[in-house]
Design a protein around this ligand. Structure first.
Ligand SMILES: [Zn+2]
Length: 197
């Protein structure tokens, strides 16, 4: 049985993808701007809202930083509803620091993990990006990055399953956390639910 937050995502996304007409956007952002933490986190409300779809346990969506994704509109998140954690690939491991803060200090209990079609993470390997860093930056940069795993992946649905498995086994998130995995299609604006392995 999908949680109320998952049902809300499905319903709002169906409305969004119905009117979606931005399927031709290019992968590189239109402006060379990197925005970290696009929305300031706000503590969850302590009392259930009168709006039916809400619960007093706001979800924490984790999604990619890709410029073509508008999480608020595409996933039905109102201002003040949720912590949205974004990073390259919507990687759970990379989001862990924010998830622990969100759960332990701000009371969230649900994770909605959304990766997407056409992700840049499908296009390179660790060796590729290390070579680019070596070419473009001083040697100290390669030393500082060391064996950093940039967490690229070759197949998006499998990558969602891998992240769901990671979230299931890590001891750093609460045992009662509701976790779900999704793939957002940048051509249609629609999400697809991914069943854990
Ligand atoms: Zn991406």
């Amino acid at each position: 049985m999908p949680s109320p937050n998952q049902q809300n995502l499905k319903k709002k996304n169906a409305e969004y993808s119905e009117k979606f007409n931005n399927g031709d956007l290019k992968l590189p952002p239109g402006r060379s701007t990197l925005s970290v933490c696009p929305r300031l986190p706000r503590p969850p409300r302590r009392h259930a809202s009168s709006q039916e779809h809400r619960t007093d346990r706001e979800p924490t969506p984790v999604t990619c930083m890709d410029a073509r994704i508008d999480p608020a509109a595409a996933f039905g998140i109102d201002l003040g509803d949720a912590h949205v954690v974004r990073n390259a690939g919507g990687c759970a491991k990379d989001a862990l620091r924010s998830i622990v803060i969100s759960q332990q200090l701000l009371g969230t209990r649900e994770i909605i993990l959304v990766k997407h079609t056409g992700c840049g993470m499908l296009t390179f390997t660790n060796d590729d990006i290390r070579a680019v860093v070596k070419e473009n930056l001083p040697p100290a940069a390669s030393a500082e990055l060391g064996t950093t795993d940039f967490l690229p992946f070759p197949e998006v649905e499998q990558a969602v399953r891998d992240d769901l498995a990671f979230l299931k086994q890590t001891t750093t998130i609460r045992e009662d956390t509701v976790v779900s995995g999704w793939v957002y299609d940048v051509k249609t604006g629609a999400v697809k639910s991914i069943t854990p392995a």
